[in-house]
Design a protein around this ligand. Structure first.
Ligand SMILES: [Zn+2]
Length: 299
């Protein structure tokens, strides 16, 4: 287990052993901090036939089914896309209603619950309002502010965060070997799984390229490659936003014109808002607009 998950796990384990473990758990923290790994660990322990603690034994029939990823009483709801819809959430009510095939507990994990649409959240609320014995819901959430307060208030909430940078760096070295000194790594140090993912998928090259383009940006820089990269890999748009923010801060620190940088700051805020809220946004144009604003400010 990632060392920073030990503390929240201990707290949950204490309530589990005392028989006070809440049927609805909310794990809140930044994307890439390990919430899903912890949720899986909790779910496996809840399903284990021998768990005196919040820890799966690895020996029983339930644990074997979990290892084979075929446990019929465990459901993971998640979405690669931007939203989790009402149908996926309604399936939870059906799942919970039917008796457990292994005769024990049933567990549902809703990963990145902040992605639920308004009607999906309402459907989940109904399920939360009618707790059933031996039924458990574990939600993970990158941003609790995006969850309806009515849902948050019905869950036991654990904040998942890192304890120290040193701990993360040691873990990254253990996972990745010598990963070298990357100039952007500090910007994502609180999201170590993200960094690991980039290394494992080879996306680290794109991140390097993106960072380098924005770091060295001035009014003559040709950013067409950067735009092309982002249009091809739109999942990196948020990272680009972080890099632009970092660049604005650097420029201000180095004495750039404050009012010019304020305009860029606004352009970045507008871009982020449009990117989140306008489906089918012309990303190419939106990026050009943002980069033009940045280039003008750095003139
Ligand atoms: Zn077991």
């Amino acid at each position: 287990m990632m060392p920073w998950l030990e503390r929240p796990w201990q707290q949950l384990n204490t309530s589990f052993k005392a028989g006070r473990f809440h049927h609805a758990q909310l794990l809140a923290g930044l994307q890439g901090v390990g919430k899903l790994a912890l949720a899986q660990r909790l779910a496996d322990a809840i399903l284990c036939e021998n768990s005196l603690e919040l820890l799966a034994c690895g020996q029983c029939k339930s644990c074997a089914l979990i290892a084979a990823q075929t446990h019929p009483d465990k459901l993971l709801v998640s979405s690669e896309g931007a939203t989790i819809g009402v149908d996926e959430i309604r399936a939870i009510a059906d799942f919970i209603y039917h008796s457990a095939q292994q005769g024990g507990n049933k567990v549902v994990i809703v990963h990145q619950a902040h992605k639920m649409t308004h009607s999906a959240a309402n459907a989940l609320l109904k399920t939360l309002e009618e707790p059933n014995a031996k039924r458990f819901l574990i939600l993970t959430c990158d941003d609790v502010a995006q969850l309806p307060a009515t849902i948050v208030s019905r869950c036991a909430k654990s904040n998942i965060a890192l304890q120290s940078e040193q701990q993360v760096r040691a873990w990254l070295t253990q996972q990745l070997g010598d990963y070298g000194e990357l100039p952007w790594i500090n910007l994502f140090i609180s999201q170590p799984l993200k960094i690991k993912h980039w290394f494992e998928t080879g996306q680290v090259e794109q991140i390097n390229q993106l960072f380098h383009s924005i770091e060295t940006l001035n009014h003559t820089t040709d950013l067409s490659q950067c735009v092309e990269l982002l249009v091809k890999s739109p999942e990196l748009v948020n990272e680009m936003g972080r890099f632009v923010q970092w660049r604005i801060n650097q420029a201000l620190y180095n004495g750039a014109d404050f009012s010019k940088m304020t305009v860029t700051q606004q352009a970045l805020a507008d871009f982020i808002k449009d990117h989140q809220q306008i489906p089918g946004l012309n990303l190419h144009l939106a990026l050009l607009k943002l980069f033009t604003a940045l280039k003008q400010a750095l003139q």
